[in-house]
Design a protein around this ligand. Sequence first.
Ligand code: M6R
Length: 352
Amino acid sequence: GKSGYDHYMLKEIHEQPRSLRQSLSERVDELGGRVDIGDLADLNPRGVQLVACGTSYHAALYGAELFRQAGIPAQAFRASEYATSPPPIGDALVVGVTQSGETADTLSALREAQRRGARTLGVTNVVGSTVARESDHVFYIRAGPEIGVAATKTFASQLASLNLLALGLTSTDSTREIISSLRDLPGQVQEVLDGSGAQAVAETYLESDAYFFIGRELNYPVALEGALKMKEITYKHAEGFAAGELKHGPLALVTNQTPVFAIVTGDDELAQKTIGNVKEVEARDAPVIAVTDGQSDVERYADHVLRVPETHPRTAAVLANVQLQLVSYHTAALLDRSIDKPRNLAKSVTVE
Ligand code: M6R
């Protein structure tokens, strides 16, 4: 059942502290400053190609960035494109990221990679799923069953799992720091859930016909995911952009009627660049909602602020995403949408 929540989606959003703990449990050795991913640690990939669809593709984009940060060439591909026109694979490890393990496009991409002689790794939630069975290796994200068509807790667990894999398959100087931020993550998600502020933002912009989301690097997939969730359950137009791309076209759409969610965590050069983009939309009178840990001065340019606790950029992305999940959820609830079963969509897409 829904345990007293109005929708499975809201229940699953609130389950994230627990599902994240499950994903991390017994895989993180904090004292030793290392992760334990079992035999997978021997894979030693010299390159990584991630294939996935929808929300899982956003997780794949995030995962590719983690591998690149560790010096491993890595790229995320939309499985439907990869299946029919794969890039040269070389000796890359091909990683299929799929909650259900049954998505036809992802299966085709993995089969194509296998046909070309690649080693494959399935990152999935469902034990015994087709991807789990067909892949050479499998890593379970352990989020528990997800009923809502909109992926929420499984996305968070995919991001956590990709952190474990990237740490376990590569070597990074900042392993200890990342491990301790992963340990803090479930509690910080709880803090966001306890004092989100997303409902007020949803109410304020309920009449808008279009919502934009911008972010850079690890916050770029979060912007894409924020927009996908919004369109999926509210049926409103929403787009996520790499913040730097705005002025190459999308800025033409920005008016005082288009709220822009800017995901800005930390206060480095990257954050400052995104704040530059925030100023550009502010100059067009667009309402700005800053999703931020309060480290930078982005709040000066924002009409609303959705706060997240201060942490490592990797986990900050997970926290920012929780705020955006809640904005979409409350917007859809106020519009009385069919949140758990949006029109035209299925939980698991088993046709190409
Ligand atoms: O089961 P998968 O992770 O392979 O599913 C991929 C997409 O169909 C899925 O993430 C879809 O985009 C979700 N409904 C998004 O909320």
